[in-house]
Design a protein around this ligand. Structure first.
Ligand code: UD1
Ligand code: UDP
Length: 393
């Protein structure tokens, strides 16, 4: 790329909650950079859950493609995204495009930028399960995004090795750590100084609540949204939560429910007040999706985490929380290898058994509750900016 006297315009394009969480710190860092000017384009693949994150980080979008439709299909979203991103790139002509992760927004953006001959930097490159249907469709999104990207920001050495195995040129790969840790440190500073209040939760479950009281009230934090878990998977997960809530009446089960209707329907049907499984239990708390800072505060307050999320698998270990991952595969083996994360799948009995061990066996809990941080040191954004700048000189 030619040396220029004017600053380089970098379009940072994202569409969903996790991309926003992992790219807002990069936007904030780029705003302070002398040679790089960020242009924030949100595709609006998510709506409420995306704007929650922008608010928390104080990031303002420069363009909004407003893509989300209720219960959108993969092909429908993909075709609308390609058309809208194409038009955006045609009009804005950035010097580089940055994407993060493995969503439909990422794959469509990378492909469109390639069609416009604009270099693509891929943040969180190289994660793989090597199973194209799990997670679905994310594994294919990230494999295809790697093929068209020019700079690959691998969060870990494992991710770099995955890229090298696929013959990605080594000089284009940078091990940076994951920007999720930059985001987490931003959040932890704020929530420990000023614990947020969470609507719909009793005082003793609020973040920052009195420790002695908290010890009396163990709390299991739950999230879930993976497409491969729709149907039987979610029904099994809900039944596991109901059984655990019955078995452990002093333990509270806090579940901020993702806005995808394929998630909300089984969760409300099987765990909502009035459902047979809920049976009037006072220790199941279904909440709306939380803003990022309150969610981090709840992870910090939790005893254990049950999730199928990617980002939560990276954050909770940093906070020393054991994580049971309700999936059969993970592209994040590092914390599993370090013993803080365990894959338990979506079989009801297996989830119940593993959670029971953690809630009853202090030694087993202590073994998993080590604070480990294989995903970064909070300085990923600086390394990514240095690599982008270097590529432009
Ligand atoms: C998407 C990503 C997934 C990512 C997840 C993070 C794809 C194919 N999926 O899954 O990789 O892990 O986001 O959460 O890219 N909805 C709202 N408001 C919102 C967000 C979603 O109402 O703010 C509802 C809408 O009905 C929407 C549906 O959820 O149509 C599905 O959204 P979509 O982005 O297609 O899928 P997710 O399951 O959110
Ligand atoms: N998160 C949040 N509010 C919530 C649940 C999760 O802010 O109610 C955050 C969480 O801290 C993590 C990210 O959202 O950083 C994970 O998003 P999600 O699970 O939707 O997507 P994934 O990481 O699986 O792609």
């Amino acid at each position: 790329m030619a040396v220029k006297n004017t600053p380089n315009r970098v379009s940072i394009i994202f569409g969903t909650r996790p991309e926003a969480i992992k790219l807002c710190p990069l936007v904030l860092a780029m705003l302070d950079h002398r040679n790089l000017v960020p242009h924030v384009c949100v595709t609006g693949q998510h709506f409420e859950m995306l704007y929650q994150v922008l608010d928390d980080f104080g990031v303002v979008s420069d363009a909004d493609l407003d893509l989300m439709q209720p219960n959108q299909t993969l092909a429908g979203l993909t075709s609308r995204a390609i058309a809208a991103i194409d038009e955006y790139l045609q009009a804005s002509r950035p010097d580089m495009v940055i994407v993060q992760g493995d969503t439909t927004t990422v794959f469509c953006t990378a492909l469109c930028a390639f069609y416009h001959n604009i270099p693509v930097g891929h943040v969180e490159a190289g994660l793989r399960t090597f199973n194209k249907r799990s997670p679905f469709p994310e594994e294919i999104n990230r494999v295809l995004s790697t093929r068209v990207a020019d700079l690959h920001f691998a969060p870990t050495e494992t991710a770099r090795q995955n890229l090298i195995r696929e013959k990605t040129p080594t000089e284009t790969i940078f091990v940076t750590g994951n920007t999720v840790i930059d985001a987490l440190l931003f959040a932890v500073d704020r929530i420990r100084a000023n614990p947020p209040q969470i609507d719909g939760l009793p005082d003793f479950l609020q973040p920052g609540s009195d420790n002695a009281q908290s010890d009396l009230s163990p709390m299991v934090l739950i999230t879930g949204h993976r497409r491969e878990n729709f149907g039987d998977g979610f029904e099994n997960i809900c039944r596991a939560i109901a059984q655990l809530a019955e078995r452990f009446p002093e333990t509270h089960f806090v579940y901020p429910v993702h806005l995808n209707p394929n998630v909300r329907e089984p969760v409300n049907r099987l765990l909502g007040t009035g459902s047979r499984e809920n049976g009037g239990k006072q220790n199941i708390h279904l909440l709306e999706p939380l803003n990022y800072l309150p969610f981090v505060a709840m992870m910090d307050r939790s005893t254990i985490v049950l999730t199928d999320s990617g980002g939560v698998q990276e954050e909770a270990p940093s906070l020393g929380k054991p994580v049971l991952v309700m999936r059969d595969t993970t592209e994040r083996p590092e914390a599993v290898d370090m013993g803080t994360v365990k894959l338990v799948g979506t079989d009801t009995q297996t989830i119940v058994d593993n959670a029971t061990v953690l809630l009853t066996d202090k030694q087993a809990y202590a073994t998993m509750a080590n604070a480990v941080n294989p995903y970064g040191d909070g300085k990923a954004c600086g390394r990514i900016l240095a690599a982008i700048e270097h590529s432009m000189t």
